[in-house]
Design a protein around this ligand. Structure first.
Ligand SMILES: NC(=O)c1ccc[n+]([C@@H]2O[C@H](COP(=O)([O-])OP(=O)(O)OC[C@H]3O[C@@H](n4cnc5c(N)ncnc54)[C@H](O)[C@@H]3O)[C@@H](O)[C@H]2O)c1
Length: 274
């Protein structure tokens, strides 16, 4: 895709990877619609980008865990900025631990990490199909192609996010719709540092979970990830893997599955002690 003159919507743009994506797409010449829940750094980012280029960044507060909010986001983004060229469903939550994860953690994980993607696509697709073009990208995780040690809800919902993106690509790829899926390992954001979680162990990912991510490879800065994403979207590649080793792990998982499972158990023992 070409970013110059494009309209790009990014959810979860109030911090971390989403903020960096919004800024990178804006640098590349796009008009950006930045969305997140209230109480984030969204407004400050919008003001900073508008100071660089007037009327080039718009802010929409929306809770993507609710279907009607996704519909409103798509509708308002079109009204404010014009036809949407790229929608990046990046908002995500890291909630839950093991079999004791609460129903609420499971439901929130599915709502934000999976259903938000399909709700957005549902309201984007009619206009995109009529135009014969549109770009849907989502942030899943390396946990969506491998596994997340320590969190069943995160592992399961991120796999579902990858599956949904693949389904979109297969179903609409020959009708002008491009799809990409970002699957990073560790990125230095509030989520990795545990900032998006309640403090109690009952309802949050174990604080050690950040250590699992750190144990398997480099922790990248959001801006580094955004550069990789920009180049992958220009090339219209489906999988975006800022940590190149994830492709190797995927190959081992596909060809030597028992060995891969054993390796993951060893990693869990090393980091979590069981
Ligand atoms: N940080 C990592 O190591 C890492 C690794 C792989 C994947 N990811 C994924 O990257 C994405 C971005 O996360 P991040 O690491 O930048 O963390 P982050 O916590 O900085 O950003 C997540 C954003 O999503 C927003 N969000 C959560 N629930 C929402 C809702 N209901 N409605 C609207 N916005 C909501 C949050 O307010 C936050 O701004 C997530 O999907 C996450 O799962 C992160």
């Amino acid at each position: 895709m070409k970013f110059t003159g494009a309209v790009a919507v990014v959810t979860g743009a109030g911090g971390g990877i989403g903020s960096a994506l919004g800024e990178r797409f804006h640098d590349a010449g796009a008009t950006v619609v930045l969305s997140d829940r209230g109480g984030t750094n969204l407004e400050a980012l919008g003001a900073r980008l508008n100071a660089r280029r007037a009327n080039s960044a718009h802010v929409i507060i929306a809770d993507v865990s609710v279907e009607s909010e996704n519909q409103r986001l798509v509708t308002q983004a079109r009204e404010i900025a014009g036809p949407i060229d790229l929608f990046f469903a990046n908002a995500g939550v890291g909630a839950g631990t093991d079999l004791g994860s609460s129903e609420s953690d499971w439901n929130t994980s599915f709502d934000v990490n999976v259903h938000a993607h399909r709700w957005a696509a549902k309201y984007l697709m009619p206009e995109w199909l009529a135009a014969g073009r549109g770009y849907f990208a989502s942030t899943a995780s390396a946990a969506g192609v491998l596994a997340q040690i320590g969190s069943a809800p995160y592992s399961v919902t991120k796999h579902a996010a990858v599956a949904f993106a693949e389904w979109l690509s297969i179903t609409y790829g020959s009708r002008g719709i491009s799809v990409s899926c970002l699957c990073p390992q560790g990125v230095n954001t509030a989520m990795l540092r545990g900032g998006d979680r309640p403090a109690t162990k009952d309802s949050a990912i174990d604080p050690n979970e950040g250590n699992v991510v750190r144990a398997v490879g480099a922790v990248l800065e959001p801006a580094e990830v955004a550069d990789v994403v920009h180049d992958a979207l220009v090339a219209e590649r489906f999988f975006i893997l800022p940590h190149a080793e994830v492709a190797d792990y995927m190959r081992i998982k596909a060809t030597e599955h028992e060995r891969w499972l054993g390796g993951m158990r060893k990693l869990q023992k090393r980091v979590l002690g069981f």
